[in-house]
Design a protein around this ligand. Structure first.
Ligand SMILES: [Zn+2]
Length: 309
């Protein structure tokens, strides 16, 4: 009897650990799919333009009489947060007819497939990022990963691939009823990184919104020029030329309101709080100086990076 009990302990222990793992694994997977993102209260930024993203990975809704446009899908785990936010504002996910994306990375394209399934919307992706999104492998385009490239094929870095309905080039205009967004390809961060510009009406003024794509160089560019050069001189030069052009293109846009795909960068929370004190709740978001400072800072960091080689 005693002998049997001693033999039973490891079995019981394994059983308990197995049950614990079965309970905890889905929680861990959900948490990593959300990448630490939490709920953020959705709100109107200006006119028909709303914030519906999570605490940092952003998503935006542009509403119209013939349907809505949704920009970015967040991580694979954030669509429930985005859909909850859309519903809280009184809109229906089924009225989203157009899905757009800033760039192909996991944290902005990861939720597109689920949002597309829930809405039936048509997805538009730039020529430069389309193959990456179609493969559901957002970091595979990084030319500087070198031997670390195998990491991009691990399932945790991949995301459910959405159906791409339309591909477009620089300067394309996407329309849905009275809504019109212009695509500015601002490459560097990804080959087809897309900045969007569109007007919104706020009372009797028309404001130009610019959704600026990320300006950070791809991961490996910071490893130094020798590594960059070793791993592909052509791509290295191409990415540098792309980024330099992107700084110029963004500076040339007469943005009144600016946002980015990471909410921290454009000061979502600070501006959200400032709305309560402001005479017009739109005013904290009218921030051309902040827009130019964002581009200046990104360019200064980039110059430091390439100057140090
Ligand atoms: Zn990115």
């Amino acid at each position: 009897m005693r002998y049997l009990a001693n033999r039973a302990w490891p079995v019981i222990l394994i059983g308990v650990l197995g049950v614990a793992a079965a309970i905890l694994y889905p929680k861990w997977r959900d948490a990593s799919n959300r990448g630490g993102q939490t709920y953020a209260e959705p709100f109107r930024i200006a006119g028909n333009f709303y914030y519906v993203g999570a605490s940092d990975t952003a998503a935006f809704l542009l509403t119209g009489p013939q349907g809505h446009v949704l920009i970015d899908g967040g991580l694979p785990g954030t669509p429930p947060l985005i859909m909850q936010s859309i519903a809280e504002l009184g809109f229906k996910i089924g009225d989203v007819k157009v899905l757009l994306n800033s760039h192909a990375h996991f944290d902005h394209a990861g939720g597109l497939a689920e949002l597309q399934k829930a809405s039936g919307a048509q997805l538009w992706i730039s020529d430069g990022d389309a193959d990456i999104v179609a493969a559901g492998n957002g970091n595979a385009s990084d030319p500087f990963l070198g031997p670390l490239r195998f990491l991009t094929y691990l399932t945790i870095l991949k995301y459910p691939a959405p159906r791409i309905d339309h591909r477009f080039k620089d300067g394309a205009t996407i329309r849905l009823g009275p809504i019109a967004l212009t695509a500015h390809i601002t490459p560097g961060h990804t080959p087809g990184c897309t900045s969007w510009s569109f007007p919104v009406r706020d009372g009797d003024r028309e404001l130009l919104v610019v959704h600026a794509c990320s300006l950070d160089p791809p991961t490996g560019l910071s490893f130094g020029s020798s590594v960059g050069a070793d791993l592909g001189v052509g791509r290295y030069a191409e990415i540098r030329a792309g980024l330099e052009r992107s700084f110029r293109v963004l500076r040339s846009l007469p943005a009144d309101i600016w946002v980015t795909s990471h909410a921290r960068q454009f000061g979502r929370y600070r501006k959200f709080l400032e709305r309560t004190e402001a005479k017009n709740p739109v005013d904290p978001f009218v921030d051309r100086a902040g827009y130019l400072a964002y581009i200046d800072n990104a360019e200064a960091e980039y110059r430091e990076l390439i100057g140090s080689r």
